[in-house]
Design a protein around this ligand. Sequence first.
Ligand code: FES
Ligand SMILES: [Fe+2]
Length: 411
Amino acid sequence: MANFMTAALPDVPIDGVVRTILDSLDASLGDVRDALALPPECYTSPDWFEFERRAIFDRDWVVLAHHNVIPDKGDYVSIEINGEPLLVVRGRDDEVRVLSAVCRHRGHLLGEGQGNARSFTCPFHAWTYDLEGTLTSAPEMDGTLPFDELKRTACLPRFRHEIWNGFIFVNMDGKAAPLGPRLKGLTALLANHRMDELAAIRTVDWAGNPWNWKFMQENALEPYHTHYLHSGIHDFAPSANVRFTEWDDSDDAAIYREVGFTHLDGGFNVSKRGLFPPIPTLTEAERSRVVFAAVMPNLFIGAQGDVVFYFVILPQAAGDITLRVGLLTTYDNLGLPTADALLKGTLDGIGIFNEQDVVANISTAKGMRSRIAPRSRWAPSEKTLVQINAWLIKRYKAYAASLQRYAEAAE
Ligand code: FES
Ligand SMILES: [Fe+2]
């Protein structure tokens, strides 16, 4: 097995607002009819965000990209997640690797953006790395030390990754339990989409979204708002047709719901129908529904009959996220003469719903900063939000307990 870099952020003290929140989390566990929302500070506090960066984003699997964004040898895409610049690269051996994008000389970033490369040459002083991160040249450095010696300490660190359904995840602390076995239900539900075989369009980044990362998953996962906020345009996917899943602690990496359409081949655009031909491996029942799924914490998937749209959520601060937006469909669909127009219509359609959600997310983010912000009760159709909270609280408590043990052991 390859040697992986493990690099969790230094721990933060459990005091102040972090301690207060931790002490109050039990009220958010339990049945949808009993549980409360998370404390508002969970969405607004910079201290809590720093806690989450460690408890969640350093210790669980976080999504980086779909592997068909980099289908060919030498393809790469850069991404910064939890403050860490990474390169996702397909090597000459066709294997995907997750490398540090930080040059081992003075820290200039390598391979920014997306492209195809034979190697990565740093623009600053021309140190060069191959697709596996091995240092292959470092001009003028032999005046300091022999190249072989430099190479031993100056290759790009590689991080542990796992691929599920084509989506590449990284685990920074190297200790998370394997992801796939905790995605059994969702894997079965989406098996016929064959997402790993679908073509991925080039992703687009939307930066500067002023709300907390959890809002993104919450908004997408609850069907309570769909017939109010999206009144009219969402009617072909009515909340009365929602099917929830029961929480299973042994299969907890995703939280999801299905919504049955009022007709075959529904789609989220003005025509209310998928614009591309359906994915041929789907049954009619599967073409008559959408699956909205959060692979926690930062992948959101909307799987309809002709396309799968997804968001990679990249938290920047307690109230700031970047969204990397992507879409999957068959290679045949993208080869159609009308593909560009169908793609534009599909993305514009999703944009209509998203614009309404953006307004709600911005407004709610402001409301959560009120000194009397609510810690609300749930409607039954917000069941998925209680499940999200169960997922979060399990990880919040595990990290806090590990610090506690650490503190006790040091005494
Ligand atoms: S910082 Fe990359 S070569 Fe100097
Ligand atoms: Fe919505």
